[in-house]
Design a protein around this ligand. Structure first.
Ligand SMILES: NC(=O)c1ccc[n+]([C@@H]2O[C@H](COP(=O)([O-])OP(=O)(O)OC[C@H]3O[C@@H](n4cnc5c(N)ncnc54)[C@H](O)[C@@H]3O)[C@@H](O)[C@H]2O)c1
Length: 251
C-alpha cells in the first residue's frame, strides 16, 4: 500500500478496460486519479465506483483544445501533475486493401496524435515537479498482422515517440520520465466484443489465446501492476524504455 501515495495521476480512456484497472490499482496504492474519456456515462460510473480519490472529466484525446482544458483543470484542482497515462486508443482492423484512408488516419489521430498532444500539453506543468508519462503501445507494435495495417503501424510509432520525448526530458533535466507499455492480448470488454463479433467466437478466443506462447490471454491487472511500478518512484531510473507484458507474444 502507498506506492504512489498522494500522486496526482491522469488516466485517459479510463472508463473501462486497462485504463479502469490501472486507475483502480493506482488508487489502492494511494493516488488521486482523474479519469478522462469520451464516453461520459461510462467514465462517470467508473469514477463513482472507484471512490473518493477518483474523479472524471470528459475528454476527446484527439482535441488539442480539450487537452488544454484538462491540464488547466488539473492545475486548478490539484496544483500539480505527477503521472500521465496515455491509454485511450482505438483498434482499426483491416488490411492495406480493406482499410479506408479515413479509418487509417482516425487510428493515427486517436492512437498517436493523442500522445503527442498529451505530452506537449502536460509537460510544462509536470516539469515543475518531475513525474512519469506512461504511453500504452502494444505487442502489435512488434508483431505484424496482414489485417492490422493501421493499428500495427500506429502502435509502432509510440515507442519511438516515447524515446524522443524521454531524451528531451533527460536533456532538460526536468525530472520527467517517459516509458511505453506493450501489452499482449488482454481480456477486456473491447477484446470480448471483438471475439463475440466473429462468426465463431469460441474458435476466435482459442486462436487469441494461442497467439501468446504461454497459451492464454492476460488479465487487466497484469498491465495495471506495471503501470503502478512506472508511476511510482521505484522506476526512477527507467526512461525511454518499452516494457512488454505479453505472454511472449513479441518474442
Ligand atoms: N486489451 C488488449 O488486449 C490490448 C493489447 C495491447 C494494447 N492495448 C492498448 O491498451 C490500451 C487500452 O486498451 P483496452 O483494451 O482497455 O481498450 P478499450 O477499448 O476497452 O478502452 C479504451 C477506452 O478509451 C476510450 N476512448 C477511445 N477513443 C477515445 C477518444 N478519442 N478520447 C477519449 N477516450 C477515448 C474508450 O471510450 C474506452 O473507455 C489501448 O491503448 C490499447 O491499444 C490493449
Amino acid at each position: 500500500m502507498g506506492r504512489v501515495k498522494d500522486k496526482v495521476i491522469v488516466v485517459t480512456g479510463g472508463a473501462m478496460g486497462l485504463g479502469k484497472a490501472a486507475a483502480q490499482r493506482l488508487i489502492e496504492e494511494g493516488a488521486r486519479v482523474l479519469i478522462t474519456d469520451h464516453n461520459p456515462e461510462a467514465g462517470a460510473a467508473t469514477a463513482a465506483e472507484l471512490g473518493a480519490n477518483a474523479a472524471f472529466l470528459e475528454q476527446d484525446v484527439t482535441d488539442p483544445d480539450g487537452w488544454g482544458t484538462v491540464i488547466a483543470h488539473v492545475e486548478a484542482e490539484y496544483g500539480r501533475l505527477d503521472v500521465l497515462v496515455n491509454n485511450a486508443a482505438v483498434t482499426v482492423f483491416g488490411s492495406i486493401a480493406d482499410v479506408s484512408y479515413e479509418d487509417f488516419k482516425r487510428c493515427y489521430t486517436v492512437d498517436v496524435d493523442s500522445i503527442f498532444l498529451g505530452c506537449k500539453t502536460a509537460l510544462p506543468l509536470m516539469s515543475k515537479t518531475g513525474g512519469s508519462i506512461i504511453n500504452l503501445s502494444s505487442a502489435a507494435a512488434i508483431n505484424a498482422s496482414a489485417d492490422l495495417v493501421a493499428y500495427n503501424s500506429a502502435k509502432a510509432a509510440i515507442p519511438m515517440l516515447t524515446k524522443s520525448i524521454a531524451l528531451y526530458c533527460a536533456r532538460e533535466k526536468n525530472g520527467v520520465r517517459v516509458n511505453a507499455v506493450l501489452p499482449g492480448t488482454i481480456m477486456t470488454p473491447n477484446v470480448r466484443s471483438v471475439i463475440d463479433g466473429t462468426p465463431n467466437p469460441a474458435e476466435t478466443e482459442e486462436s487469441f489465446k494461442l497467439a501468446q506462447p504461454v497459451g492464454h490471454m492476460g488479465e487487466p491487472d497484469d498491465i495495471a501492476h506495471l503501470v503502478v511500478y512506472l508511476a511510482s518512484n521505484e522506476s526512477k531510473f527507467a526512461t525511454g524504455a518499452a516494457f512488454a507484458v505479453d505472454g511472449g507474444l513479441s518474442i
